[in-house]
Write a protein that binds this ligand. Sequence first.
Ligand SMILES: *Cc1c(COP(=O)(O)O)cnc(C)c1O
Length: 341
Amino acid sequence: METKKIIDLRSDTVTQPTAAMRAAMSTAVVGDDVYGDDPTVNRLEALAAEMLETESSLFVCSGTQSNLLALFSHCERGDEYIVGQEAHTYKYEGGGAAVLGSIQPQPLDFEPDGCLDLNKVAQTIKQDDFHFARTRLLCLENTQGGKVLPLDYLAAASAFAKEKQLSLHLDGARAFNAAVKLGVPITEISHHFDSISICLSKGLGAPIGSILSGTKILIQKARRWRKVLGGGMRQAGIIAAAGIIALENQINRLVDDHENAKLLAEKLGEMDEFYIAPGSVQTNMVFAKLLKNDPTPLGKHLLEHGILTRCASTVRFVTHQDVTSQDIQKTVDIIKQYYAS
Ligand SMILES: *Cc1c(COP(=O)(O)O)cnc(C)c1O
């Protein structure tokens, strides 16, 4: 019996490793990475540093760990970082900076375009006074909810951080989506930051892993903290091999994901049942607000037809390499069928 294809639009983390990744993993030359002996991990870290034009990179198990290591490496106990209210590094990482690092978050609302207003950030920086935590770091996110931060904003944020003597970290889980959307090399983004975290396991399709990149000194600190957190991996070249393929082969195809998201947004946008904020669909994410009805039966209907989404009052659809334009058309058809019945 033919098994029906599941169209999984919940996230771009659900991608299956490509055939090339599986082949590379099966033949990867490995060693003990805690001793620095894994040639494949070393090659991935060197490749990432070269692509991002940073001094050094570190291969870590997840984006959450990567951001946490960045926070630990920029900040000390009693320091503070300024971050978006809805940012992954604040809201979706279990409060790790505070829980494990005694680093205080200072969240601020994102602007509708995914930026943090630098005037508001300036007002939030605390004076040098022992009543206050020491404001040390500004964290941005790109893409933010699928939105691409403009390059001139990144330049302004970088100049601002220098002026205010703050470090600047980018949660660039999907930074390659941003670069591809802008049609610029990733360095046009990475150059503005003291550190950048990139997920290999989202749109780039690797099974596991993220990269933290920055100065040698910062990455040395992060390497130490990675060990402290139990993140020192041994023959990690097995998974790093897939990460190399992700960086070498998987970036340009992100265009297809963006096209598919646009297609889905256009089709849903024509329907009375959905509201999609104008200009919000820039990369591989569609947030469609339900205007008329309860998400639960819609989610159930989609599930019954093999379509997985994050179906709440706003439905989130994320496109990736395992979703084709036919899958998008089918998703639209099934949604239309639901409203027609
Ligand atoms: C997914 C994601 C992360 C964390 O990655 P994990 O590998 O899931 O820990 C960090 N930031 C953003 C913006 C993300 O989307």
